[in-house]
Design a protein around this ligand. Sequence first.
Ligand code: HEM
Length: 316
Amino acid sequence: MAIMVSFLCLVLMFSLVSIGDSLSLNYYEKTCPHVDFIVAKAVKEATSKDKTVPAALLRMHFHDCFIRGCDASVLLNSKGKNQAEKDGPPNISLHAFYVIDNAKKAVEASCPGVVSCADILALAARDAVFLSGGPGWDVPKGRKDGRTSKASESIQLPAPTFNISQLKQSFSQRGLSMEDLVALSGGHTLGFSHCSSFRNRIHNFDAKHDVDPSMNPSFAAKLKSICPLKNQPKNAGTTMDPSPTTFDNTYYKLILQGKSLFSSDQALLTTPKTKNLVSEFATSKDAFYKAFVKSMIKMSNINGGQEIRKDCRVVN
Ligand code: HEM
């Protein structure tokens, strides 16, 4: 009986997860051979004018893949009564959608009707990391764009207040391991966070502590001055690390010093396995880069989608 139950659980687990194996590196070899170059050019142009673009694109791709797979559902606009994913609470702070529009326009001018918005977003996320001084890799392609996008589903994204078992569940439901969790969280070497994402740790943390005791006290004091309990400036927040436009392993060094922003970052120290990985990535940038590339390719392979959208904001 016990064997039967565990077998059924395994079957269920695999049916919930669908990591694509149909993507290929030369998918557009005949139909759009220069797609990588065209997308990279659009990302580079936008980044030269606005340094916050790479962080935005990397996060956008992650949010896309975690809801309905990497199917560009995050790019669709709300229409009529349907509130789209991008208007759901965790996605309000996503930005730089125009960069994907520009890339799509340039791609359509060269090879109309063949390249999905989901592939363009996956390529743009890779370019974002590389342009920030991070590793480069070949992106497998052949994703399709989805036709459904619901704001209500955006709550399925992991929250910054998550503990390690909640993070584990969120990642494993999508076929991703604890190593993927630690490596991909390294994306928090880029960009900016609003106070709302970490205020649980610096005011009224729990019955005994005002501030999360796992947080470095002087770091907590700094965050409190940026994000006071009352009269907080609109849009207040702080950079994810002191070098928010450089992709490096500083994020892991900061976690070890109690200087990470989110509970979900600090939670990586709460199991021996994830803590060892944090220490390894803090010591070796190469080990982090290698693991990050492997996990990005895995995350960007999560399946979804049916069509090649003409306009990334609207279904065909
Ligand atoms: C492990 C679970 C994760 C949680 C709970 C989480 C949560 C968050 C939160 C709350 C913010 C700040 C939003 C704001 O206040 O404006 C943020 C920013 C960011 N996240 Fe994550 N994240 C996670 C994983 C990831 C992954 C896997 C990546 C990419 C590989 C990523 C990349 C980013 C980037 C680049 C930013 C900065 C965005 C910007 O400056 O525009 N995150 N994340």
